[in-house]
Ligand binder design. Structure first.
Ligand SMILES: C[S@@+](CC[C@H](N)C(=O)[O-])C[C@H]1O[C@@H](n2cnc3c(N)ncnc32)[C@H](O)[C@@H]1O
Ligand SMILES: O=C(O)C(=O)C[C@]1(C(=O)O)C=C[C@@H](O)C=C1
Length: 246
């Protein structure tokens, strides 16, 4: 079941704010693959990164897990570690319900606890890894520092936050180039001008993007010892922040 995303293909009388509802769940894998440049590369690299940072007797979180694509990648990288608990969180009922079915399709010794919960309420403890992929951008800006702070507090020494986001380049000329490259990527993946513009209208009120400098300033303020970008494709970046060991 991997349906093609045609949600914005017909002219809509008025475009409502984007929601991760049942209609989106049905087409989500196709939508995210055709909309986010580098999405599959980020997922393919996660097992390797997880293997490097997972600690025995720790928790591993996937915040904003959608259908669990990153959860599965994390699980792959954590399979050899002992006594690891995987916790995947999303506040969309429809997503969590489908994620449950999806995860059941893959065999593993490592259990996953799925929680339908707002990540602003998630209690994070004894974590070696926290993943926050393409989700912080949907949280009101004024609440983002608090989330990063809570993740930092819940990480064990040496623990890591992996965060992927759509970003805006600081230089307006470069920002325009990256937006054009992204729109060309969508066109090349079969999205029409109408789909691109209606999707933009649907997400503009709910998805507010930051610059990489803003993300780094949050990591700095939270107290992370190391941070940087490990992957970027156009205006989509995967960053990481590591808690010090002392
Ligand atoms: C773009 S998707 C994430 C994609 C996913 N991480 C992946 O790699 O496939 C954003 C997800 O975040 C969830 N979300 C948005 N705001 C949230 C919040 N405050 N608490 C929990 N989940 C949230 C949405 O329901 C949606 O499933
Ligand atoms: O920027 C866009 O046009 C997007 O479609 C981006 C984006 C995202 O980054 O999460 C927004 C919502 C969809 O879930 C998939 C992709």
């Amino acid at each position: 079941m991997n349906h093609r995303d045609t949600i914005f293909s017909k002219p809509l009388p008025s475009v409502s704010d984007f929601r991760f509802d049942q209609q989106v769940v049905e087409v989500f894998p196709d939508m995210i693959n055709r909309s986010v440049p580098g999405y599959s590369s980020i997922l393919q690299t996660l097992p390797q990164l997880a293997e490097r940072y997972v600690q025995p007797q720790s928790n591993v979180y996937d915040l904003g897990c959608s259908l669990g694509a990153a959860t599965l990648a994390l699980r792959k990288g954590c399979e050899q570690a002992s006594q690891v608990q995987l916790i995947a969180v999303d506040n969309s009922d429809a997503m969590i319900e489908r994620a449950q079915l999806h995860l059941q399709g893959f065999k593993s010794q490592l259990p996953v606890t799925l929680r339908c919960e707002d990540i602003r309420e998630t209690h994070i403890e004894d974590a070696s890894i926290v993943v926050l992929n393409f989700t912080l951008q949907f949280v009101p800006r004024e609440e983002r520092q608090q989330i990063i702070q809570r993740i930092f507090s819940g990480l064990k020494p040496g623990g890591v936050l992996f965060i992927a986001e759509k970003i805006v380049a600081e230089d307006p000329h470069i920002a325009d180039v990256l937006v054009d490259l992204h729109h060309d990527f969508k066109r090349a993946n079969g999205y029409s001008e109408l789909e691109i513009s209606q999707k933009r209208a649907a997400i503009e009120n709910v998805m507010k993007i930051d610059s990489m400098t803003t993300h780094f300033a949050r990591f700095e303020e939270a107290g992370f010892a190391h941070y940087g970008c490990w992957f970027q494709c156009f205006n989509f970046a995967a960053m990481m922040a590591v808690k010090g060991t002392e």
